[in-house]
Design a protein around this ligand. Structure first.
Ligand code: BES
Ligand code: MN
Ligand code: ZN
Length: 488
């Protein structure tokens, strides 16, 4: 997998600055004030930094943004990345400044002159998150990124504060790699293998094959994959870092490719459906993050891995299938397949683990993109407390999320003449009827939230913390929600 930049926190040593041959990053306060480290850079460059800090080019950038002064006189460095940031920034601005530095970082190594700046962990997190490139499919691999030397006045404190966020960044990279991977590479089997490999990190991983899923009665999940040669799988990842309390469950939609099935999608843009496993990718990234940072919580992650293809054995519109729960579903549209996968995995998660709460993630509906665009995921929940916990964590991590309604009034749209329900409700309120469908597979007293991430899992332009493509949205918010609410 793509590894985040490696970080080394060391004591400030201003004499090393002149000889450093990569890029040097410095922070300048919004007032234009230079601290001790920036003053050294200014002196070495014969006043270049001060001229920049007093220019309209500097006045025009926001706190958290950066500009690079290239090939400076007086330094060996190839460039000075100047970030506008006050000495005591808030977490979000600090992360943004880090991200601006990460975006500008090249291959030759980075020396960050932090001095006594606050929020070093968030700055490091921002650098790590933004310095990501997906190159697995390029025949010529780019030179590996040089490491980051972060000079600060209290290096031990900085290193221990940054350890957690940097572990989480590795989880985010795992999610991005999975979500960016083409469907002929990331098959259901390859996906399951990559999850099984996380046993190295102390996770317990179990892969259920089609025979076992059949025995469990997971017909709504299996009917999605039966047009494909790729075998359907459910992977269960357990992290037991807590006591003997019930685990929190994360459930992900892992459609490695969604053609729509017999209800075939139009050709234009169909290639984007390689990201239709994004929900499962986030679950995988969170499990990796909590294992790497040794979270003191019990968390179980379950993903349903299938490929939705047309074929002689594919499910037809009009077919009726029986879920593991026992409810029957009339399949009106084989392109509404994510909810069929999740129905069985949600039910299985509750039956097997009796979790204390449950969140599922899915690139579930195009309609959520119409509603919320690419800035915010839709949050559907039967619990005000759980949704408040999640929305707070998402806000703290600067990951967009917005609560949407669930209401029994929408249930009539899912009525079937011949079965217990149909799998689509029609064009109106398409994301809500999808949520209502899922809720039928959630027990009444189970605190649960459904995150529709169709608009945020992979995007066509750069975001604050990621280059275009897979974002890894949700890994940081869920990790924080677990840390804030389920760890002692
Ligand atoms: N995977 C799609 C949803 C999607 C659309 C994800 C765009 C990412 C970007 C999902 O399986 C789907 O096809 N949903 C249908 C549901 C409809 C048939 C009720 C949709 O949104 O059109
Ligand atoms: Mn679909
Ligand atoms: Zn889909």
């Amino acid at each position: 997998m793509t590894k985040p930049l490696s970080f080394d926190f060391t004591a400030t040593q201003l004499d090393a600055v002149a000889e450093f041959s990569g890029q040097v990053a410095v922070f300048v306060e919004s007032s234009g004030k230079l601290d001790q480290t920036a003053r050294r850079v200014n002196r070495l460059t014969k006043g270049a930094l001060e001229r920049f800090a007093e220019s309209s080019a500097f006045a025009d950038i926001e706190p958290g943004q950066a500009r690079e002064l290239v090939f400076p006189t007086g330094l060996e460095a190839t460039g000075i990345i100047v970030a506008k940031l006050d000495r005591k920034p808030d977490a979000k601005t600090a992360r943004k400044a880090g991200s601006a530095i990460g975006k500008a970082t090249g291959k030759s190594g980075l020396l960050v002159l932090g001095g006594n700046i606050a929020r070093v962990a968030e700055i490091a997190e921002g650098i790590a998150l933004r310095a990501y490139t997906y190159s697995d499919q390029k025949s010529v691999q780019p030179d590996p990124m040089g490491g980051v030397t972060f000079m600060v006045n209290k290096p031990e404190e900085a290193a221990s504060a940054a350890a957690g966020p940097l572990a989480v960044a590795e989880g985010v990279f795992f999610t991005r790699d999975l979500t960016n991977a083409p469907a002929n590479h990331l098959t259901t089997e390859e996906f399951a293998n990559q999850l099984a490999a996380m046993q190295n990190l102390g996770l317990k991983v179990q892969v259920l094959d089609e025979g076992e899923l059949e025995k469990l009665g997971m017909r709504t999940l299996l009917c999605v994959g039966q047009g494909s040669d790729a075998p359907s799988k459910v992977v269960v990842m357990e992290w037991n870092g807590g006591g003997d309390e019930a685990p929190f469950a994360l459930v992900g939609k892992g459609v490695v490719f969604d053609t729509g099935g017999i209800s075939l999608k139009p050709a234009g843009g169909m290639e984007d459906m390689t990201m239709d496993m994004g929900g499962a990718g986030v679950v995988a990234g969170v499990m990796r993050a909590i294992a790497l940072r040794g979270a003191k919580a019990n968390v179980v992650g379950l993903v349903g891995l299938v490929e939705n293809m047309p074929g002689p054995n594919a499910t037809r519109p009009g077919d009726v299938v029986t879920s593991m729960k026992g409810d029957t579903v009339e399949i009106i549209n084989t392109d509404a397949e994510g909810r069929l996968v999740l129905a069985d995995v949600l039910w299985y998660a509750q039956e097997r683990f009796q979790p204390c709460g449950m969140i599922n993630l899915a690139t579930l509906t195009g309609a959520i993109i119409i509603g919320l665009g690419h800035e915010k995921a839709g949050v559907f929940s039967n619990s005000d407390a759980l949704s408040a916990d999640f929305l707070k964590a998402a806000a703290d991590e600067d990951e967009g999320a917005w609560r949407m309604p669930l209401d029994p009034a929408y249930d009539k749209l899912l009525k079937s003449r011949i079965a217990d329900m149909k799998n689509v409700g029609g064009r109106a309120a398409g994301s809500i009827t999808a949520g209502q469908f899922l809720q039928r597979f959630v027990k009444d007293d189970m605190p649960w939230a459904h995150l529709d991430i169709a608009g945020v899992a992979s995007v066509a332009s750069d975001t604050a913390y990621a280059p275009k493509g897979a974002t890894g949205w949700g890994v940081r918010a869920l990790n924080r929600m677990i840390a804030d609410n389920y760890e002692d």
